[in-house]
Each structure stands twice: as structure tokens, then as C-alpha cells.
Design a protein around this ligand. Structure first.
Ligand SMILES: Cc1cc2nc3c(=O)[nH]c(=O)nc-3n(C[C@H](O)[C@H](O)[C@H](O)COP(=O)(O)O)c2cc1C
Length: 325
């Protein structure tokens, strides 16, 4: 499916889920996206980026869709070194994670833990641009750590730099995933950000997307996370509704999962690893079914690949789907 002409749609990054295998299979069976952001790369250091850290961003496994690597760091030297490695791989853009809410990350002033510290961010950006940042830089952020107001001072800093894009998920770090993405918090910054601005958060249906589009008519870029993990046809339903109607959901889901299964299996991660990976996808996929608890119960109790495959086939063939159209 060619890139959309209407809204620009991104797949949000999910550590442990949306790796290159997932992104490629997603595009093969569902599509509807303009680009996908990778789960964050971190801990690359300032000496030499190990090959292992780049495994998910190697161009040869990212041919299916425009891919934007993401970095989690508060060290300008580390960011510069990783950016150089990514530039050498052919990338033109890197995304900076200023949104991760988990306390092991945030308490070290990384991810959403940076949001109360605009001057720290200014120092990092100053250094990046003074020392020849080789890539376009975009930012993915929450609206604050303790409170939404953090973003106001942060936007003043970000506006001083030529960022390629700012993606905002209007929840605070403290909130984790509780409550709703705040349209009020987003409204407070929608006209203040100089770089192109993208919305991220709670797009679970076409209706919700249209509602947000009506509310924020200046926004062209939209990042979809859990909504796409639950119903992988959602981006296509938004960008190409007619094409989405011709997709046989159960068949596409089956092919999508089979590809992920086989790729994971052949990466020699072992029989247990393949089962636990597949189960982790069902944490989201189960919400596509009328009875998510029952669908997941069947999947969750499996131990071996054989048991898992049988359960997957049964759920996909028999379980009642929620109405998507
Ligand atoms: C398990 C999990 C892993 C995530 N990993 C990342 C990540 O690596 N980088 C990132 O920027 N966001 C990450 N996120 C956040 C999502 O990309 C997204 O911003 C969030 O789910 C809100 O969007 P949604 O409401 O459309 O799901 C993660 C979220 C979850 C639940």
C-alpha cells in the first residue's frame, strides 16, 4: 500500500514487541502506515556502538516500511556516536525518547524523567548541534513528569532547535497509562510548537481518530500504538477505508502471526522464547475479540509451540470478533 495522501500515520514503538520482524509482517499483511518508529536503543556508550545494539535497525531487515530509529539517552556524546552509526547505515533521522514513564528510566532523568529539566535538554541539544549532529532529530515526549505544565517550558527550549518533528503523548510520566490522553494538555501547546507536531495517544478506533482530527485540524501527523496492536487493520481503516474492507481479518491475522512465529523461531531463540513472544502479542490482540478474557485464557495456558499454534488457530477461527466496520 503506497504512503497515505491524507493524514500521515506512524506506528508507535513498543519495546519487546514492534521489532523489525513485527514491523515487516505488519506492513505485509495490513499496511496503512507511512512510517514506523523502532523501540528505543539505549546504553550504547561513547566508545563504539556494538553490532548487537543495531540489530533491529539494520537496513536489510527494514525494507518494508520507512523506519525511524529511536534513542533513549541523556548523554550528548552517546547520542552523537549512535547518530553517526545510524547515518552510516543510511538513516537520515533519529527520534529522541523523552516519554518513557518507567521509574527505572525516569528516575535517572531519562525518558519522561527529563521533562522537568528543560535546561538539561537545552545543554544536550546545544552540544548535539554544535558538534555536527549528522541526522535530523525528532522528539517523542509526554506532556510532563508530575504535571502537564512541564511541557510549556520544554517547548520554549525545543523551539530554539531545528527539530524535524515533535510527537506528543499528552499523559504525564507519573500517570503511566492511567486516565485518558489529555486533549486539554495538547490544546495548550498545539499552536506553540514550531516543528511539525504529531499527536500520539488512545487512537483505538476510526471514530476516535476523526474526533481528534476535528478537534485539532492543524495536525497532519498521527502516531498509533495500542490501537494498532489490538486491531492491526486500524491504520488502513483510517488511511484507506476501501482497501481495509477487502481485508479478510482472520486470514490476515493468521498470516501475520505465522510470519512472526517463523522468523522468531528461526532466530533460534528457543521453543519457550517463541511461545512467550507470541503470547505477548495476544495481550493486545485479545481486545479484538468479544470475549478477550476467554480468547487469552486459551492462549495463555499453552506451554509448547505445538500447543500454542493449535490454540492460536482455534481462537482465530472460532472466537467472535468485535465489530470493526
Ligand atoms: C510495553 C510498552 C513498550 C513501549 N516502548 C516504547 C518505546 O520503546 N519507545 C517509546 O517511545 N514509547 C514506547 N511505548 C509507548 C508507546 O509508543 C505509545 O507512546 C503509548 O502506548 C501511547 O500511545 P497509544 O495510546 O496509541 O498506545 C511503549 C509502551 C508500552 C505499553
Amino acid at each position: 500500500m503506497p504512503p497515505t495522501q491524507g493524514p500521515i500515520l506512524y506506528l508507535a514503538p513498543f519495546q519487546g514487541i514492534t521489532d523489525a520482524i513485527y514491523r515487516t509482517s505488519f506492513n505485509r499483511y495490513f499496511g496503512g502506515l507511512d512510517a514506523a518508529f523502532t523501540p528505543y536503543i539505549s546504553g550504547t556508550g561513547t566508545e563504539k556502538v556494538s553490532k548487537n545494539k543495531l540489530i533491529d535497525v539494520l537496513p536489510e531487515v527494514n525494507q518494508a516500511i520507512r523506519t525511524i530509529p529511536q534513542i533513549l539517552s541523556k548523554d550528548a556524546d552517546e547520542m552523537l556516536l549512535l547518530s553517526k552509526s545510524l547515518a552510516a547505515l543510511g538513516y537520515s533521522e533519529v527520534n529522541w525518547n523523552m516519554g518513557c514513564p518507567f521509574s527505572r528510566v525516569a528516575r535517572k532523568q531519562r525518558g519522561s524523567g527529563m521533562l522537568p529539566y528543560p535546561e538539561l535538554v537545552r545543554q544536550i541539544l546545544d552540544k548535539l548541534y554544535q558538534e555536527g549532529m549528522p541526522l535530523g532529530l525528532s522528539v517523542k515526549m509526554r506532556t510532563g513528569y508530575n504535571g502537564h505544565e512541564d511541557i510549556l517550558a520544554m517547548i520554549d527550549v525545543l523551539n530554539d532547535f531545528p527539530l524535524t518533528e515533535v510527537i506528543v503523548h499528552p499523559r504525564t510520566g507519573k500517570q503511566l497509562y492511567k486516565g485518558e490522553a489529555s486533549e486539554t494538555a495538547f490544546s495548550a501547546i498545539v499552536d506553540k510548537v514550531k516543528s511539525p507536531l504529531a499527536w500520539n495517544g488512545d487512537i483505538f478506533s476510526v471514530e476516535k481518530f476523526r474526533e481528534l482530527q476535528d478537534k485539532f485540524p492543524s495536525i497532519q501527523r498521527w502516531m498509533i500504538g495500542r490501537g494498532a496492536l489490538i486491531n492491526p487493520v486500524l491504520p488502513l481503516m483510517i488511511s484507506h477505508p476501501d482497501a481495509a474492507k477487502s481485508i479478510d481479518w482472520r486470514k490476515a491475522l493468521s498470516g501475520f502471526l505465522q510470519d512472526i512465529y517463523l522468523e522468531t523461531y528461526y532466530r533460534n531463540e528457543g521453543r519457550t522464547a517463541v511461545v512467550s513472544r507470541m503470547k505477548s502479542l495476544w495481550v493486545y490482540l485479545r481486545e479484538s475479540f468479544e470475549n478477550p478474557t476467554e480468547a487469552f485464557r486459551v492462549i495463555r495456558k499453552t506451554r509448547t509451540p505445538e500447543e500454542y499454534l493449535e490454540a492460536e488457530m482455534k481462537v482465530i477461527a472460532d472466537a467472535e470478533l468485535k465489530l470493526f466496520y
